[in-house]
Design a protein around this ligand. Structure first.
Ligand code: ZN
Length: 90
């Protein structure tokens, strides 16, 4: 029998403060129950893209700016229901 086997084992229990986990209420489509796929449609958006032309004639976008002046609509990705009123939860 080795020395290690005779040594009593000590178990140390470290008490930790309970961790508060922020749980967000999931957004669920009230019409079809979907809670995974959603999409957004931005109306009246002004998009400015600056390009640099390469030697071979191809273009590379170097900067993109977007200004939104219209409403942003939020839809269910499955049944296409307008869920804009739920968008505040995002
Ligand atoms: Zn839906």
């Amino acid at each position: 029998m080795t020395k290690n086997a005779e040594r009593p084992r000590r178990h140390r229990i470290v008490a930790r403060r309970p961790v508060t986990v922020m749980v967000r209420e999931k957004l669920v489509c009230p019409y079809c129950g979907n809670q995974e796929e959603f999409y957004e449609v931005t109306e009246n958006a002004y998009v400015l893209v600056q390009y640099l032309q390469n030697e071979d004639g191809t273009f590379v976008p170097i900067n993109e700016e977007m200004e939104v002046s219209g409403p942003v609509r939020f839809y269910c990705g499955r049944c296409q229901a307008d869920l804009s009123h739920l968008r505040d939860k995002l």
